[in-house]
Design a protein around this ligand. Structure first.
Ligand SMILES: [Cu+2]
Length: 339
C-alpha cells in the first residue's frame, strides 16, 4: 500500500523538481522566510500548550462530575463558588492566557522589526511588473547603462537584501515565492514593495497568488539565488546586447522577428525590435522557462509556443501569428541564439 502510494507520487515529485526546483513555505531560504517560520513555530507551540491544557481541564471536569453523580449538582455548584482552590486556579489560568498573548505579541513585533531592518539596508533594487500573465523584471540602477530588463526569472545574489518594487499594468496580481518570503500584492496605481535577503544558493519557484484571469495558474516565476561572483557574471552578461545571427537560417529569423509583428511587442537589445507589450527576449535562451514558468526553455517548446501560443495558454496576449513552416524554423533558430 505504502509502496504503491510512493510510486504514484514519484512522477509528480519529478515533474515539480526537474526545472523549477521546489516551492515550499518551509524552505527557509531567505531571512524573511526564516523569520516567518520562527514566528509560526512560536505561535504553534504556545497555542498547542493552551489547547492541551483546555482539553485536559475539560476531561478532568467531566470525570469529576461523573464521579460526583447527577444528584449532587446543586450542592456541587455552591461548593465551587466558595472553593479557594478553584479561585486560585482560575486566576492562574487567566494569568497564563495573558502571558501567552503578550509573548505572541512580542514575538510578532520582533519579527516585524527584523524584516524592517533588512529593508532599510537594501542593496539591490528591482522593479517587477505584473501583466496578464507574465512578469516583467527590471534591475534599477542610477546609471541607465547598468539597467537590465528580463522576464519571468529573477537572479539575486545570496546575502544581499534586495528590494523588489511591485507594480501592475492591468489587474491585481500577487508576488509569492514561498521559500523566500511572504506574499505581497501588485496593485495597479499603487506602489508596493517586498524585501528578500536570500540565505541559500538555489532555484526557487514563485507563483502569482491573486486570481488575475484565465491563465492565472500559469503565471509562475523562477528565482535563481546565485553566489555573488555568479550573480555579477549573470548581470554582466545581461547587460550585453543580443549577439548578431551567425548563420543564414538565424539571419532569416532575425529579419522576420525584427520586421514583422514580433518586434512591435517584444524588445531585443541591439536590434530594431523594441516593443514593450511582451517579455524582453534579448537573453531569452539563457532563461530556464518560457511563458511564465509554464514550459522548460528548449527547442521543442519554442516551436510549440511560437507556432501556436493560444493552444498552450488560451487567452494569452500573444496572438497566434501563423508563420509558414520555413519562417518558423528560421525564427526558432534565431531565438535559440539569444543566449
Ligand atoms: Cu494571478
Amino acid at each position: 500500500m505504502r509502496a504503491r502510494a510512493s510510486v504514484l507520487l514519484l512522477p509528480l515529485a519529478a515533474s515539480a523538481c526537474s526545472y523549477q526546483h521546489y516551492q515550499s513555505t518551509f524552505g527557509n531560504a531567505a531571512t524573511e522566510a526564516r523569520q516567518f517560520n520562527i514566528l509560526f513555530i512560536i505561535f504553534l507551540l504556545i497555542s498547542a500548550i493552551m489547547y492541551v491544557l483546555v482539553i485536559a481541564f475539560l476531561i478532568a471536569s467531566i470525570a469529576r462530575r461523573r464521579r460526583a453523580g447527577a444528584a449532587n449538582v446543586m450542592e456541587d455548584k455552591r461548593h465551587h463558588e466558595t472553593d479557594p482552590l478553584m479561585r486560585t486556579g482560575l486566576i492562574a489560568w487567566g494569568a497564563l492566557v495573558g502571558t501567552g498573548l503578550v509573548a505572541l505579541a512580542i514575538a510578532s513585533f520582533v519579527a516585524d522589526r527584523g524584516m524592517a531592518s533588512a529593508a532599510a539596508s537594501e542593496k539591490l533594487s528591482i522593479t517587477v511588473t505584473g501583466n496578464q500573465w507574465w512578469w516583467d523584471v527590471r534591475y534599477n540602477a542610477a546609471d541607465s547603462s547598468k539597467m537590465v530588463r528580463t522576464a519571468n526569472e529573477i537572479h539575486l545574489p545570496v546575502g544581499v537584501p534586495a528590494r523588489i518594487l511591485l507594480r501592475s499594468n492591468d489587474v491585481i496580481h500577487s508576488f509569492w515565492v514561498p521559500s523566500l518570503a511572504g506574499k505581497e500584492d501588485l496593485i495597479p496605481g499603487r506602489d508596493n514593495d517586498i524585501t528578500i535577503t536570500p540565505r541559500k544558493v538555489g532555484i526557487y519557484r514563485g507563483q502569482c497568488a491573486e486570481f488575475c484571469g484565465a491563465q492565472h495558474a500559469k503565471m509562475a516565476l523562477v528565482v535563481d539565488v546565485d553566489s555573488y561572483p555568479d550573480f555579477l557574471k549573470w548581470w554582466q552578461h545581461q547587460l550585453q546586447e543580443a549577439a548578431a545571427p551567425a548563420n543564414p537560417l538565424a539571419l532569416a529569423g532575425y529579419k522576420y522577428v525584427t520586421t514583422r509583428a514580433c518586434g512591435s511587442c517584444h524588445a531585443i537589445a541591439g536590434t530594431p525590435a523594441s516593443g514593450t507589450v511582451g517579455p524582453d527576449l534579448t537573453h531569452l535562451a539563457s532563461r530556464r522557462t518560457i511563458a511564465a514558468g509554464m514550459l522548460p526553455m528548449n527547442e521543442g517548446n519554442l516551436y510549440g509556443w511560437v507556432a501556436d501560443p493560444q493552444s498552450i495558454k488560451p487567452g494569452t496576449k500573444m496572438p497566434t501569428v501563423g508563420l509558414e513552416p520555413s519562417e518558423l524554423h528560421a525564427v526558432v533558430a534565431y531565438l535559440e541564439t539569444l543566449k
